[in-house]
Ligand binder design. Structure first.
Ligand code: GLP
Length: 244
C-alpha cells in the first residue's frame, strides 16, 4: 500500500493495531504484538500514545515482544532499544511492565544461547504473535536478520553487517562505538506471526524495497522471505515506492 506520506501511512497502521487491541479486549483475550525500533515506526507509536491519552485506548491486555537489541547493551544506555521503546511507547501507555519483552543485551555470553531459546519459547507460550511490525534495513534485514540468515532461523545472536553499523554510526557518535553483535528474533519467528506490516519511508529505502518486493526470494535479501507470508502488507510512502 502506497501512501502520499508517512504521516497518513503511520496513522492507518496505528488504527489497525488499535482495532486489533480492541477486538481482542472484547473477546477477553490478550493481544500479542511484535514490535520494531528504528525511525520507521516512531509515528505509529506517537499515534498509539495519542489514542491512549485522548481516546482511552488501553494496553492492559497487550503483551509485546521486541524484535532485537544490540549486544552487549545496557538497558540504561540511550542507544539501547530498551530505552527507545520506553521513550517512544511504554512510558506513555498503561501496559503492564511484566507484559513487555525486549531481548536482554546484558545476558552473559555463555548464557546467550539458552536465553534465546527461552525468548522464542516465551513467544510460543503466549500463543504466538498476532501482529508483527517491521522496518527494513538497507541490507534487506528485518529485525537484525542480516544477509545470509536462514529461512528457518530463530531467536539468536548475530554479527551485524558493516552497512548496518555504518547506518547506526551517527546515533553512536562513530562506527567504532556501534556494537558488533545483536540479539534478534529469527526469520522463522517473524514468519510465524499471523499478520505482518513492514514500514518503509523515504528514498533511502527505495532500492531495497524494489529488491524485497520484486526480486527473487533469497537469503541475500532476507526481507524477500516475506513474499511467502500469507498476510503481509508493505506500507510505503511514494518515495520508498519510487523504484517499483
Ligand atoms: C535497525 C533495526 C531494524 C530496523 C532498521 C531500519 O537495524 N534493527 O529493526 O528496521 O534499523 O531502521 P530505520 O527505521 O531507522 O530506517
Amino acid at each position: 500500500v502506497i501512501f502520499s506520506n508517512s504521516n497518513i501511512g503511520s496513522k492507518t497502521v496505528a488504527l489497525e493495531i488499535a482495532d486489533l487491541i480492541l477486538r481482542k479486549q472484547k473477546e477477553g483475550k490478550k493481544c500479542v504484538l511484535g514490535l520494531a525500533t528504528g525511525s520507521s515506526p516512531i509515528k505509529v507509536y506517537e499515534e498509539l500514545v495519542r489514542m491512549h491519552k485522548e481516546e482511552g485506548l488501553s494496553f492492559s491486555n497487550v503483551i509485546t515482544f521486541n524484535l532485537d537489541e544490540y549486544y552487549p547493551m545496557d538497558k540504561s544506555n540511550i542507544q539501547s532499544y530498551f530505552y527507545f521503546m520506553h521513550e517512544h511507547l511504554f512510558n506513555h501507555v498503561d501496559i503492564l511492565p511484566e507484559n513487555v519483552h525486549i531481548p536482554n543485551g546484558t545476558v552473559k555470553s555463555n548464557e546467550l544461547h539458552q536465553y534465546c531459546i527461552a525468548y522464542e519459547k516465551m513467544i510460543e507460550d503466549n500463543g504466538g504473535i498476532d501482529l508483527q511490525l517491521l522496518g527494513i534495513g538497507r541490507t534487506g534485514h528485518i529485525g537484525f536478520n542480516e544477509p545470509g540468515s536462514h529461512f528457518n532461523s530463530e531467536t539468536r545472536s548475530i554479527t551485524l553487517d558493516y552497512i548496518t553499523r555504518a547506518d547506526a554510526a551517527s546515533a553512536f557518535l562513530g562506527i567504532d562505538n556501534v556494537p558488533k553483535k545483536a540479539i534478534t528474533m529469527g526469520i522463522r519467528t517473524v514468519r510465524k506471526a499471523k499478520r505482518i506490516i513492514l514500514l518503509a519511508w523515504g528514498h533511502n529505502k527505495s532500492l531495497v524495497i524494489k529488491k524485497t518486493i520484486e526480486g527473487e526470494v533469497s537469503s541475500k535479501v532476507p526481507a524477500t522471505y516475506l513474499q511467502h507470508h500469507k498476510n503481509t502488507t508493505f506500507v510505503l510512502d511514494e518515495e520508498a515506492a519510487s523504484e517499483l
